[in-house]
Design a binder for this molecule. Sequence first.
Ligand SMILES: [Zn+2]
Length: 257
Amino acid sequence: MLIESHAHLDDARFNADRDAVLQRARDAGIGNILTIGIGAGPDDMGCGIPIVEAHDWIYASLVVQPHGAEKVEERRYTQSEELSKHRKVVAIGETGLDYYYDNSPRDVQREVFRRQVELASKIDLPVIVHTRDADEDTEAILKEHRPARGVIHCFTSGDRLANFALSIGFLISFSGIVTFPNAKGLAEIARQIPADRILIETDCPYLAPVPHRGKRNEPSFVADTARFVSQLRGITPDELAGQVSANFEQLFAIKTS
Ligand SMILES: [Zn+2]
């Protein structure tokens, strides 16, 4: 059973054919999807909830504010704490730092990230971390706040952040980027990391893996990334799927079957 650990199923690019997309995911052998609650902004933080209520095999995360943007109002933290009581909300995120897009001032990004890590610890949910061109500050904040459980999603950083993430008990999730021919360093990390720390995701509708590069991405394409990573690691796709699904269940405290 394959797991898709990071999809944006609420994205408008799925509005025309969301049911068909989900059916293709089922047909590709995907057992669970985690859909990330970003939506169009803070008003939409519960956007994953209608989806998980309609599909028992899909779970959702909540995010107060992705990638910074404007200053977050205090009530958003209370609101996400309330929404997190939903039985199928299993994580806070994605939250973190993006110094590539710099959509909001870096000090604001850091403050919002800190608050969400604190919130995740308070309500005992794992945190899904997004980091781009911000390894040092991401590391500093995680070191300071020490969330109990988490994952660095769509990992594109180097050995240093990978080693740090592993040292604090985090998982590392690889998207289709690992299949790109110019991502040799990333492929090496995916080859080496311990079996109990790896997740696979699409981050759809973005970043379709080879051989779908340039197209709209969708959960069924996680099979292509899983096949690529299993070859790197010298195991069968089924073995990798088994490891990933055990890791997913443990990180997000999901009881399947
Ligand atoms: Zn994402």
